[in-house]
Each structure stands twice: as structure tokens, then as C-alpha cells.
Design a protein around this ligand. Structure first.
Ligand code: CA
Length: 240
């Protein structure tokens, strides 16, 4: 279970800028501050990840091509830890189509060269949009409630009590992914890409995680929610 921090008030919104070109970084930093937001800067991906974890910014402005850890890997790390808004910065317009196809969960894209005032306007727009959104409702499947923001899955018992399912991070991601689109069949490669992004796992590794997840669901009295689809992968299936 991962800790979450409450959203900051309007006045102390913090933008984390991850950008390795000092000229661009200092100009953006000045524009962001002039707009009344706070700004922290990192010049490479690893420093960006460190600052993301320690400072918990309200938004990340993320260059794709970075030394250390590139922007896409950093975005995956950020997404594995929650829904912090991310605006991707790239030098290539071509990248945007490719990035959109990857469905990495970025909130907006900016192509270099850009007008810094326009970037700040985009930051404002994304902050408005994401903070205006109501809390994401937990996904409910049978007696199980999956809270992606809180990174916790609860089992509702008959007597009105709810107990947390003791899942590993990977098991939680798998359950949340399957439950987000019940009856959809997910291939093993899709599940690896989305639920074990930091590993070079073989497809069979998914089977092992799924089998442990199924066992925990069974112990929690949730029968066989997850169905194997021969030759393809898995889906979550419950007659309703
Ligand atoms: Ca760069």
C-alpha cells in the first residue's frame, strides 16, 4: 500500500520541471514562478524521480530525452505511484503521435520550440482540469472495491465490515487493470507492459502473479473472478 498526500491548496501548487537543457529550464522556471506557482527543477531523470518522490509535486513537466533515466521511464514510475498530472515535452512533433499511441497516461504534450507563456497556460489548464475532477470513484466488482488512488483493494463482508486484500503492488495493478474493463480479455504482453513496467518479465511471470492473486481472492471468498482465456491471457468475469 502506498502513501498518498492530500492535494495542496491553490496558492502553493508545485510544478516539478525535469529538463536537461539549462537554458530552457531556467526560462520555464522563471515563467512558472512569475505565474505564482512554485517550481522545482531536475536536470536528469533520476534526479527527477528523487524529487518527485520527496516533494510530491502537483504537476510534472517532463522532457522525453533525458540523461540517466529517460522521460518515458520516469513517466511509468510516476504513473505506478498515482495520478499526478504530467505534461510531456518533446523536441519532435513525430514523437507525439507515437506517445499518444502508447497511452502512457500523460495529460498533455508540448513540442519544442515552444512559447514559455503557452507552456504555463497549458500547466494552468491541466491543473484546473485535474483538480476540478471529483475523486475517482473506486471500482466495485462483486464484493471487492478497488481504490486506485488509495492503492488499496477492500473486500466487503456480509456483516457490513470491509477488510483489505493483502496484495503485492503487482497483484494490485493486475486486479485494477482487469477490473477496469470487466469481460475484456487482456493479453499477457499487455499485462506485463501495464502492470510490471519496470521488469523485463517473461509472459509466464504473469501466470505466477495471477495465480497468487486468484488464491488470495479465493481465500477472501471471491471464488474464481479471474478467468484464463486459452492462448490469449486473462479476463475478469462475473455473471451479474
Ligand atoms: Ca532533453
Amino acid at each position: 500500500m502506498l502513501a498518498t498526500t492530500p492535494p495542496s491548496s491553490h496558492s502553493d501548487r508545485l510544478v516539478l520541471l525535469v529538463e536537461d537543457e539549462p537554458g530552457i529550464s531556467s526560462v520555464l522556471d522563471a515563467y512558472i514562478r512569475r505565474d505564482g506557482l512554485r517550481c522545482a527543477t531536475a536536470a536528469d531523470g533520476l534526479e527527477g524521480l528523487r524529487l518527485f518522490r520527496t516533494m510530491r509535486p502537483d504537476l510534472v513537466l517532463l522532457d522525453i530525452h533525458l540523461p540517466g533515466m529517460d522521460g518515458l521511464d520516469l513517466l511509468k514510475e510516476i504513473r505506478s505511484e498515482g495520478q499526478t498530472p504530467v505534461i510531456i515535452v518533446t523536441a519532435l512533433a513525430d514523437d507525439v503521435d507515437k506517445l499518444l499511441g502508447l497511452q502512457l497516461g500523460a495529460d498533455d504534450y508540448v513540442v519544442k520550440p515552444f512559447n514559455p507563456a503557452e507552456v504555463v497556460a497549458r500547466i494552468r489548464a491541466v491543473l484546473r482540469r485535474t483538480s476540478a475532477q471529483p475523486e475517482q470513484a473506486p471500482i466495485r466488482v462483486g464484493s471487492i472495491e478497488i481504490d486506485e488512488q488509495g492503492h488499496v483493494a477492500m473486500v466487503h463482508l456480509d456483516e457490513g465490515r470491509a477488510v483489505p486484500l493483502p496484495l503485492t503492488l503487482t497483484e494490485f495493478r493486475l486486479l485494477a487493470c482487469l477490473a477496469a474493463q470487466p469481460r475484456r480479455c487482456f493479453s499477457r504482453s499487455f499485462l506485463i507492459e501495464h502492470c510490471l513496467p519496470e521488469s523485463e518479465a517473461l509472459e509466464r511471470v504473469i501466470d505466477s502473479h495471477i495465480s497468487k492473486l486468484r488464491r488470495k481472492l479465493q481465500i477472501a471468498g471471491q471464488g474464481d473472478l479471474i478467468e484464463a482465456v486459452r492462448g490469449i491471457g486473462y479476463r475478469l468475469w462475473r455473471e451479474s
